[in-house]
Design a protein around this ligand. Structure first.
Ligand code: NAD
Ligand code: TYD
Length: 360
């Protein structure tokens, strides 16, 4: 591995109460004990402070309840903490919700990202002589590249062709990030990652939804015939990749993250449900009967697949989970955390949160 280019010292993490942001905070709070780490999160339905219970009292960590679109709040936080590093996760993230409420996605993903960039740029320009080491790491998705046919992979050369409102809003955010790099010289790094799975994922996404439905022996809805393909990556491998980009990534560069975890939705569910049956002591494969084919998602992208060779060869990242082993540890995590799952299912996590945070 090459020498560290950026030492994250005063870090703003946005959206850290969500699935990937929380896993990232679990990695960096102990990894950078001398850093100041501020987590700014609006606590939408997807934000859950119980995800952060293990680190909430860490000396180097602070939670702030707020919206990335709130320019005054973000300015206040930059002035107070003099951030040298921004890791931007905050977004509306679910494709099906984007089909029903696209404007929420424009607001948080496009306007929110542009607002954050504007404050970061003003701050960085004011202090630029001392701020050579500034980094704005933008966390994006492979969905901005559109859909693949049955062969080929996305690479850093693939043109943007978003097809869902979610993907279009993330593409808009990516373009703003690049525009701030080109126009003002803001030191940015962009990450485009494939589908994640692992602990703390909200059970609207396919894998935790299937686990929850199988536990209660309810039907598991599979769009069309389950032939669509996703390239699954364990969230902890994604978070390691982000830390790697933060420290070693070249500014202005884009890195694609994926671990050759390609699988059709039907194959994925069969493996997942077989593991779940084994862990629960049910007859192997007995939960397959819960798979229920339903009407397809409108504009459903057929296939995603990632060529991560740039990240692997240039930055030395390697994923450490195979899909089958990652699914098994994920199933075990959901089975070992029934109170987390219960609080999400009965929505009591929202009440827990109101007792935990203060504004500003
Ligand atoms: P998530 O929906 O679980 O969490 C999003 C978090 O952002 C929540 O805590 C929410 O409260 C917060 N948030 C939303 N709008 C906000 C706003 N306006 N201001 C402040 N906070 C706000 O999402 P996730 O799955 O953890 O994804 C995190 C990021 O990674 C997103 O940018 C997403 O596009 C990207 N990504 C996700 C995946 C995936 O498979 N989940 C894959 C690639 C990239
Ligand atoms: P999802 O987890 O929503 O991620 P994304 O849409 O960002 O890829 O969906 C993963 C795949 O699973 C996708 O092809 C849609 C499909 N899917 C179902 O078949 N049924 C479901 O109930 C959900 C939520 C998704």
């Amino acid at each position: 591995m090459s020498t560290i280019l950026h030492q994250p010292l005063r870090i703003l993490v946005t959206g850290g109460a969500g699935f990937i942001g929380a896993n990232f905070l679990h990695q960096i709070v102990p990894k950078f004990p001398d850093a100041v780490i501020v987590n700014l999160d609006k606590l939408t339905y997807a934000g859950n402070l119980q995800n952060l219970h293990a680190i909430e009292n860490a000396r180097n960590y602070r939670f702030v309840h707020g919206d990335i679109c709130d320019l005054a709040l973000v300015q206040k936080l930059f002035t107070e903490h003099q951030f040298t590093t921004v890791v931007h996760f905050a977004a509306e993230s679910h494709v099906d919700r984007s089909i029903h409420s696209p404007i929420d996605f424009v607001r948080s993903n496009v306007v929110g990202t542009a607002s954050l960039l504007q404050v970061a740029k003003d701050f960085w320009m004011r202090f630029s002589s001392d701020m050579q080491k500034f980094r704005f790491l933008h966390v994006s998705t492979d969905e901005v590249f559109g859909a693949l046919g049955s062969s080929g992979t996305f690479s850093t050369e693939t043109p943007y062709a978003p097809r869902s409102p979610y993907a279009a809003s993330k593409a808009g955010a990516d373009h703003f990030v690049r525009a701030y790099a080109e126009t003002y010289g803001l030191p940015v790094v962009v990450s485009n990652c494939s589908n994640n799975y692992g602990p703390y994922q909200f059970p609207e996404k396919l894998i935790p939804l299937a686990i929850v439905r199988a536990l209660s022996r309810d039907p598991i809805p599979v769009y069309s015939k389950g032939e669509n393909v996703r390239d699954w990556l364990h969230v902890r491998d994604h978070c390691e990749a982000l830390t790697c980009m933060l420290q070693y990534g070249l500014t202005g560069e884009t890195y694609l993250v994926g671990s050759a975890g390609e699988c059709s939705n039907l194959e994925l569910l069969r493996v997942l449900l077989t593991i779940l049956d084994e862990e629960l002591g049910r007859p192997s494969g007995s939960s397959w009967e819960l798979i229920t084919f339903v009407k397809d998602r409108p504009g459903h992208d057929f296939r995603y697949a990632i060529d991560a060779s740039k990240l692997i060869t240039e930055l030395g990242w390697t994923p450490s989970h195979t899909l089958e082993e990652g699914l098994r540890t994920t199933v075990r995590w959901y089975l070992s955390n029934p109170s987390w799952l219960q609080a999400v299912m009965d929505e009591s996590y929202r009440t827990y949160m109101k007792s935990q945070y203060s504004t500003g």
